[in-house]
Design a binder for this molecule. Structure first.
Ligand SMILES: [Zn+2]
Length: 88
C-alpha cells in the first residue's frame, strides 16, 4: 500500500530569507568559510573532536562582523532553518 506522506513536505521550513548562517557564509573570507563549516560539523556526534558550542560559533562570527544568536546556530545545525543548499 502506498501511503501519501505529502503532508510532511508542507511542514518544511519556509524558503528564504536565508538563515543567518547562510548570510554569514556570504560575508566570510574563503579561509573562514572552511573553518566555519568544520566548526559546525563538530557536534556531540563527532566524539573524536572537541565539540564546538553554538555560543562559541556565534561569538566567533560576531568578531567577524556577523551578528548571530546561538539559537540561530543551533537551528542551522539541526537543519530547522531556511537554508535549502546548506554549504557542507
Ligand atoms: Zn541555515
Amino acid at each position: 500500500m502506498t501511503m501519501d506522506l505529502s503532508e510532511f513536505e508542507t511542514q518544511s521550513p519556509p524558503r528564504g530569507p536565508r538563515c543567518s548562517i547562510h548570510s554569514a557564509y556570504e560575508r566570510l573570507s574563503a579561509d573562514d568559510r572552511v573553518k566555519l563549516t568544520e566548526a559546525l560539523s563538530r557536534t556531540k556526534d563527532t566524539p573524536q573532536y572537541r565539540r564546538i558550542k553554538n555560543i562559541e560559533i556565534a561569538k566567533w562570527l560576531r568578531d567577524r562582523g556577523v551578528s548571530i544568536s546561538p539559537m540561530s546556530v543551533s537551528r542551522h545545525r539541526r537543519q530547522e532553518c531556511a537554508c535549502d543548499d546548506r554549504p557542507e
